[in-house]
Ligand binder design. Structure first.
Ligand code: ASP
Length: 364
C-alpha cells in the first residue's frame, strides 16, 4: 500500500496488480506442469517399441528374381533354404539380447557366403570379369554409418563396412584403400577367383556378346534382368534400436570403379531410431538420384507418414515414375514391416520375437 492513502482503502492499481502477479505465478506453474506432461508423454512414446514389440529381423536377397516359370523347384528350395539360414543367424543374435547391428551383419554374412546371391561369393562381375563389391551399414541409434565400395578382396564386405563405422572417423572407404584397411583390421581376404562362379562368367560373356551383336543396349543401366540379388537386412533389437545393412556385387558388366546405391548411405541403406531402417535393391543409379532410403525416413519424419505409406510413395510412385525397377525392405521402431517392390518378385524373409516367420519370393 502507498504512503498517503487512508488505511483500509486500497488503491485501484493495487487491486489489479496483486491478482496479476498471482495469475502469472499460476500460469508459470501450469506451464511447468504442461511441459512435464509433454516430456512424460514423449518418453512414453519413445519407450513403446521396447515394451511392446520385441525384436524383429527382415532380410532381402534382391529384386532380380527369375520369372516364376523359370525358377526350377530345386533352385527355389535352395533360395528358401539360404534365406532361412540368414534369418536363423540374425535370430540367434536378437533372441539372446544381441544388438540389431550384430544381427544385420550375421544375416548378411550368410548371404554373402552363399553363391546364390549377388554379394560376396557369386557376385556379378564387372566389364573386366572382376568382382567389385559394395556394402554399407547404419546404426539408427546415433546415425553412425560405415561403407566400403569397389573392393576386390574382402570376403565379407559388410564386416568391413562395420569396421569403418566402428574404428574410423570416416563413413566410406573405396578400392585398394578399403581392401588394405580390411587387411589391417584382420578381416579375411580372398583371391579374386574365390568370388567368381561359373554362372556369372557365362552371364558376362552372354551380355558382352549380345552388346557386340547389338542385340542389346550397351547402356548397362537398362539391363535389369542381369541382377540376381543384392542382399540386405534391417533389424530392431530388444533395446528398441534399429539398424540397416546392404551388400552387393552391383550390376553385371558395370564399368570398373562404378559404385552403386548399396554403398551409399541414404540411397540403398538408412536407419534412424526416430523413424525406420531401410535396405534397397534395384537399379542403384536411380536409388542414388532419388535418395531413396533416406526419403522413406524423411517422409515419416517431416510429413508424419506411416512406414507403409512412406515406403509405398518412394518405391511405387517416385522410383516407379523414374522407371527404376526397385524394391525395399523397411522396418519402423514399433516393429511394423513393409516390403514394396515393382518387379515380379523379391527374395525376402522376416522373423520376430512373437514367433512369426515368413519367407517369400513372388507373393505380394
Ligand atoms: N542396387 C544394386 C546396385 O545397383 C543392384 C541390385 O540391387 O541388385 O549396385
Amino acid at each position: 500500500m502507498s504512503r498517503g492513502q487512508p488505511a483500509g482503502v486500497p488503491r485501484v492499481t493495487e487491486l489489479r496488480v496483486a491478482p496479476l502477479h498471482q495469475m502469472m505465478k499460476t500460469w508459470i506453474v501450469v506451464g511447468r506442469l504442461f511441459s512435464l506432461m509433454v516430456l512424460t508423454l514423449n518418453q512414453a512414446v519413445a519407450a513403446e517399441p521396447q515394451a511392446s514389440t520385441g525384436w524383429v529381423l527382415v532380410i532381402h536377397g534382391g529384386v532380380g528374381v527369375p520369372s516364376k516359370n523359370e525358377l526350377p523347384p530345386a533352385k527355389e528350395a535352395a533360395y528358401r533354404q539360404a534365406l532361412g539360414e540368414a534369418l536363423q543367424a540374425g535370430q540367434a543374435v536378437l533372441s539372446t539380447n544381441g544388438t540389431s547391428l550384430d544381427a544385420v551383419v550375421a544375416a548378411i554374412k550368410i548371404m554373402e557366403d552363399s553363391p546364390l546371391f549377388n554379394a560376396g561369393k557369386g557376385a556379378a562381375l564387372n566389364h573386366e570379369g572382376v568382382a567389385e563389391l559394395d556394402a554399407s551399414i547404419m546404426d539408427g541409434t546415433h546415425l553412425q554409418s560405415g561403407a566400403v565400395a569397389a573392393v576386390r578382396q574382402i570376403k565379407n564386405p559388410i564386416e568391413a563396412a562395420r569396421r569403418v563405422m566402428d574404428n574410423t572417423s570416416h563413413v566410406l572407404l573405396v578400392g585398394p584403400g578399403a581392401d588394405a584397411f580390411a587387411r589391417q583390421q584382420g578381416l579375411p581376404l580372398m583371391p579374386p577367383e574365390y568370388f567368381i562362379i561359373e554362372q556369372r562368367r557365362r552371364q558376362l560373356e552372354q551380355i558382352q556378346s549380345e552388346v557386340k551383336a547389338k542385340k542389346r543396349a550397351d547402356n548397362w543401366v537398362t539391363r535389369v534382368a542381369d541382377r540376381v540379388g543384392t542382399v540386405g537386412a534391417v533389424a530392431l533389437d530388444k533395446h528398441g534400436n534399429l539398424a540397416a545393412g546392404t551388400s552387393t556385387g552391383g550390376l553385371a558388366d558395370k564399368l570398373p570403379g562404378r559404385v552403386g546405391d548399396s554403398a551409399i548411405i541414404g540411397a540403398g541403406t538408412y536407419a534412424n531410431n526416430a523413424t525406420c531402417a531401410v535396405s534397397g535393391t534395384g537399379q542403384g543409379e536411380y536409388f542414388i538420384r532419388a535418395s531413396a532410403a533416406r526419403d522413406v525416413a524423411a517422409l515419416m519424419e517431416y510429413r508424419g507418414m506411416s512406414l507403409a505409406d512412406a515406403a509405398e510413395t518412394v518405391v511405387m510412385k517416385k522410383l516407379t515414375t523414374m522407371k527404376a525397377e526397385a524394391g525395399i525392405i523397411a522396418l519402423d521402431r514399433k516393429g511394423n514391416i513393409t516390403t514394396p517392390y515393382n518387379t515380379e518378385g523379391m527374395f525376402r524373409g522376416s522373423v520376430r520375437e512373437d514367433g512369426q516367420r515368413n519367407i517369400a519370393i513372388y507373393e505380394k
